[in-house]
Ligand binder design. Structure first.
Ligand code: IMP
Ligand code: ZN
Length: 338
């Protein structure tokens, strides 16, 4: 209980949260989602173990998408998600989402609405990463990228990066688009090695993204190639870890056997995140707790994890300094908790 309390009180940094996977049952209720759909949305938390949990996860997002198919609901959803992270003592949040058109909302409306919700709150520092879905065709992704570049020019202080996400069993990594995004000053984070695919992982690592998400099948213990692991560790690309997401999608055996331990043992940079706190019924507090409990991280290590996450974030140098000062002062005030 004491450890959980520490994790709750610790000011935390969330770097990997998908907006529509982060809607809580309470938020879905506010958005008039039928109760049966809300139960289905969290189906993975109730299943013992089935064959294809990862593919199933990607069908569940449709429920959230139905709830955020208009400007008003997208605004409300963003507001609620930010408030919930704030309540969980998250002091800096990088929210990511895939620009999406609906009959009553263009992709531009969608992004503008999220930016409006971010700007109209002053609870925490929030940055937006825009996602390209690897399952979309090249034409659609290029259209999305053009919108991202335009919106980045308008809101360079909020839109900080581009993410590649979507079902890892579908589609490809189109490097050219990310080169273009990088040239315009955007940071890049790629969902990488969520499934075993050494060829693609090599291509992604050689691109040198600013961060990678999951990285489950990079280390040779999990089927990765020695070459890819060497590249990954030599480059010291920060890893975005999402423990519960991986356990519930059945891509890792258990919390204890999570590949994050390779990053801990080799002193490589990693951060702890929720991924989809709604779908996986988690909080950042719980994720820090699981890391400490199952992977034997001390309270000091958890605190350092927050500090390292600041370095790996896409915030400006000035913002990073402010966040670090805040954390340092928090520690000085709460020495008895350590
Ligand atoms: P949205 O981008 O805000 O609509 O959030 C939901 C979307 O995020 C899903 O449809 C997926 O494309 C993506 N996503 C969420 N979780 C994962 C993950 O673990 N791996 C890859 N993509 C994901
Ligand atoms: Zn993700």
């Amino acid at each position: 209980m004491e450890l959980l309390e520490f994790c709750q009180k610790l000011p935390k940094i969330e770097l990997h949260a998908h907006l529509n996977g982060s809607l809580s049952p309470e938020t879905l209720t506010v958005l008039n989602t039928p109760i049966e759909d809300i139960k289905t949305y969290q189906l993975l938390t109730k299943l013992d173990c089935i064959e294809d949990q990862l593919n199933l996860a990607f069908t569940l997002f449709k429920i959230a998408h139905n709830a955020t198919n208009m400007i008003e609901s997208t605004y409300l959803a963003t507001k609620h998600v930010i408030e919930e992270f704030h309540k969980d003592n998250v002091i800096y949040l990088e929210l990511r989402t895939t620009p999406r058109a609906e009959p009553q909302m263009t992709k531009r409306d969608y992004v503008n609405t999220i930016i409006k919700a971010i700007r109209e709150q002053n609870l925490i520092t929030v940055k937006l990463l825009l996602s390209i879905n690897r399952g979309h065709c090249l034409k659609e992704s290029e259209e999305t990228l053009n919108l991202i570049l335009e919106m980045h020019e308008l809101y360079p202080d909020i839109i900080k990066g581009v993410d590649l996400s979507g079902n890892p069993n579908v589609g490809i990594f189109s490097e050219a688009m990310f080169i273009k995004a990088r040239k315009s000053g955007l940071k890049i984070t790629l969902h990488c090695a969520e499934v075993l695919n050494n060829e693609e992982v090599k291509q992604m690592l050689e691109f040198k993204p600013d961060r990678i998400g999951h990285g489950t099948f990079i280390h040779p213990t999990y089927g990765g190639s020695t070459e890819n692991w060497k590249l990954c560790s030599d480059l010291r690309i920060p890893l975005e870890c999402c423990l519960t997401s991986n356990v519930l999608c059945n891509t890792v055996q258990s919390y204890k056997e999570h590949h994050m331990c390779e990053w801990v043992e080799n002193n490589l940079p990693f951060n702890i995140n929720t991924d989809d706190k709604g779908v996986f019924s988690t909080t950042l507090t719980k994720e820090y707790f699981y890391a400490a409990h199952h992977l034997n991280l001390s309270k000091e290590s958890l605190y350092n994890c927050s500090c390292i996450a600041i370095d790996s974030s896409f915030a400006s140098e000035e913002e990073k300094l402010k966040l670090k000062t805040y954390l340092k002062e928090w520690k000085d005030k709460h020495l008895e908790l350590f």
